[in-house]
Design a protein around this ligand. Structure first.
Ligand SMILES: NC(=O)CC(=O)C(=O)O
Length: 283
């Protein structure tokens, strides 16, 4: 598809979560209605696990089939009603063979589901004195890369821990992506250290926009999300960032920056692929 415009208005909804799925989804609905009314964004993003508490013991109980489940239907209706793209954060998905996935759905202005990304890299870590989390206790990993086209701009989708894997971002860049969107929920151990660093690294390495949308921080929750939803531009500059509470971030993305950076610092045509392929050190 040819590019309709180089400017795209984005809205990132950093939402409060709770144990009540209907409350969580209706909160997303009302925040979407509000931002559409006030700012008319073209694309709206939601946080990781926005309809459920983020925890392995909750994923099955809150899981839904896609696209006929309750949450999917709400997002589909809103996308159609307001003629917007919605990158619907993530929800626990009940998939084939009873498997559960951490899944991002993407809705077009027609109300159609145009993509479904299942988290590829499961969040299994054990940081002594910090945080232990093992998504693989209850989740299965997705096996597919996901890109979407919005008005001629190719956008890659990843989920939270996926951002730590440079290979995935590189693959999206090689496929022509100008932006990667990661619904994400970093925590109070890894967030302060790595959240901004990883986003600026992926943006800098691949000369594209990186967008993350986190749940708002709730210090009384079992899993405390870091917040700070963010847009990083292809120069690796933070264009906009939220605080840690419930907040909506609106920004106009100028996709011409992508070409500007790639022309001025042409690292992709300067790579020594001839040498890397035969290098003896590491993988
Ligand atoms: N929650 C995640 O998937 C990832 C995360 O918090 C981290 O990488 O740190």
């Amino acid at each position: 598809m040819s590019k309709v415009s180089n400017i795209m208005r984005l809205a990132l909804l950093q939402l409060k979560g709770s144990k009540d799925k209907t409350v969580n989804v209706q909160n997303a609905v009302s925040k979407i209605e509000a931002v559409v009314k006030e700012h008319q964004p073209r694309l709206i993003t939601l946080p990781e696990c926005f309809n459920a508490p983020y925890g392995t013991k909750y994923f099955r109980e809150y899981s839904e089939t896609i696209p006929d489940g309750y949450t999917s239907q709400q997002l589909s209706n809103l996308a159609k009603k307001h003629q917007v793209y919605i990158v619907g954060g993530t929800i626990p998905e009940l998939g084939e063979n009873d498997a559960i996935y951490n899944t991002c759905t993407v809705w077009a202005p027609s109300g159609d589901l145009i993509a479904k990304h299942r988290k590829m890299h499961l969040f299994d870590i054990d940081v002594k004195g910090g945080i232990r989390f093992k998504e693989s206790e209850t989740l299965s990993a997705g096996n597919d890369f996901t890109t979407i086209d919005v008005d001629g701009h190719k956008i890659g989708i990843g989920i939270c821990y996926d951002i730590r894997f440079e290979e995935m971002a590189r693959l999206y860049r090689n496929e022509g992506c100008e932006m990667i969107i990661y619904p994400a929920a970093f925590n109070m151990t890894t967030g302060p250290l790595h959240w901004e660093l990883l986003q600026r690294s992926r943006a800098n390495d691949n000369q594209l926009f990186v967008v993350t949308t986190s749940p708002a921080r709730d210090s009384s929750a079992e899993y405390v999300a870091y917040g700070h939803s963010m847009i990083v531009d292809p120069w690796a500059k933070i264009q906009k960032s939220a605080g840690d509470g419930e907040e909506t971030v609106v920004a106009d993305i100028d996709f011409s920056l992508v070409e500007q950076v790639r022309q001025q610092i042409p690292v992709f045509s300067q790579r020594r692929l001839d040498l890397y392929a035969t290098a003896r050190h590491g993988q």
